[in-house]
Design a protein around this ligand. Structure first.
Ligand code: 3EB
Length: 358
């Protein structure tokens, strides 16, 4: 079964390359863009769809491994879903309870686990990660580039420990068991507090989605920040296991940069009590990370997606204005309501950049 899926997606890539003849074809295995919720049904009919992340509450119960529905309300109507599109057909399935879609070069994975008790997030996270790793291994894409983590009540204390820290402990436990050279091959990541699925009910679900590849990417750290996996113990007994970004070369001269959740942190300290000052610090961290990644490649990087997570009290309008000033009016942006893992932070920004030879 596994072999047949691999052969199918690799063969569709081969056909695509042959049909493209001698034309210069980008080696990027997918492009990502924001779009409307109303386009989701139509895209699901298309076998070139690798993944769609929907941020609105779902009206129907659809089961498709490519469809990922996340409980983070979108703050603007212009963009409410994210589409990952493959240049050649995609093969989908379920492996170890993890939904997947693959195209021969990349593997999209997603899973949602119900929290059976709100103080059991650590073991639940460890199990989720081990299943994610097992599925990626089984499909032949053992190298994680990017992982998204969402669960409700992220700042709530349970049994004397903040739930974000329990999550970090579970993730750490799974990573040290599965990654040999853990600190040099960490995926980019983000971890945000989603809306509780049922108000009045504290027990929600842990939702993960991820991108994996056959060969590893290059881990990038931010020179302005202490690496998260080296945070001192005041942020939790087990430090957060993620890299600031992952740079991935596709073919000879095409690149993706997967940028982790980035916030107003310098060294390991949160900065500023004012929203706009936090935004400026965050944008400086993003610009530093982009420049740092550009040092190791021959092409400039262009932001293709920017996702801005905002706490409930935050108005997105002034943020958009400032981001346009910094990165230009063509920067695709998606504003989402979410809780940030540090209580004092109002916003966190993640994204993806693309570098292609002209
Ligand atoms: C920070 O820089 C802010 O635990 O996966 C950003 C990105 C943050 C990822 C994670 C946390 C995570 O520490 C928080």
């Amino acid at each position: 079964m596994a072999r047949r899926g691999w052969v199918r997606s690799t063969y569709s890539k081969f056909l695509f390359m042959r049909q493209s003849g001698l034309q210069a074809v980008s080696a990027l295995p997918f492009t990502a863009r924001y779009g409307q919720d109303a386009q989701v049904h139509e895209w699901l009919e298309n076998d070139h769809l690798l993944a769609v992340v929907r941020f609105q509450a779902a009206d129907t119960i659809m089961r498709d491994p490519r469809l990922c529905e996340v409980a983070l309300p979108s703050l603007e109507s212009s963009a409410t879903a994210e589409f990952w599109i493959s240049p050649w057909p995609v093969h989908t399935g379920v492996c170890h309870g993890v939904g997947y879609a693959e195209n021969g070069d990349v593997l999209f994975l997603q899973m949602r686990l119900d929290e059976y008790a709100e103080d059991a997030l650590q073991p639940l996270t460890a199990v989720a990660y081990r299943r994610l790793f097992a599925a990626a291994q089984a499909r032949g894409y053992p190298h994680f580039l990017r992982i998204w983590n969402y669960f409700p009540n992220i700042n709530q204390e349970c049994g004397g420990l903040e739930r974000y820290r329990s999550f970090c402990a579970g993730r750490h436990q799974a990573l040290i068991a599965d990654l040999a050279e853990c600190e040099t091959h960490l995926p980019a990541a983000c971890a945000l507090g989603s809306a509780a699925s049922d108000p009045g009910c504290d027990v929600g679900s842990l939702h993960l989605y991820a991108l994996a590849a056959r060969k590893p990417g290059q881990q990038i750290e931010n020179p302005r920040q202490v690496s998260a996996f080296h945070y001192p113990p005041q942020y939790g007994r087990r430090s957060p296991s993620f890299s600031r970004a992952v740079l991935k070369a596709w073919g000879e001269q095409d690149y993706h940069l997967y940028i982790s959740g980035t916030a107003s942190i310098v060294g390991h300290h949160s900065q500023h009590t004012d929203l706009m000052a936090q935004l400026d610090e965050t944008l400086l961290n993003l610009a530093t990370l982009l420049a740092h990644a550009e040092h190791s490649i021959p092409v400039p990087l262009q932001l293709a997606l920017l996702k801005i997570y905002c706490r409930p009290e935050v108005d997105p309008a002034p943020l958009r204005h400032r981001i346009v000033q910094m990165f230009g009016a063509n920067t695709p942006m998606l504003f989402l309501r979410a809780d940030i893992c540090r209580r004092e932070l109002f916003i966190e920004i993640e994204g993806m950049a693309v570098g292609v030879a002209r």
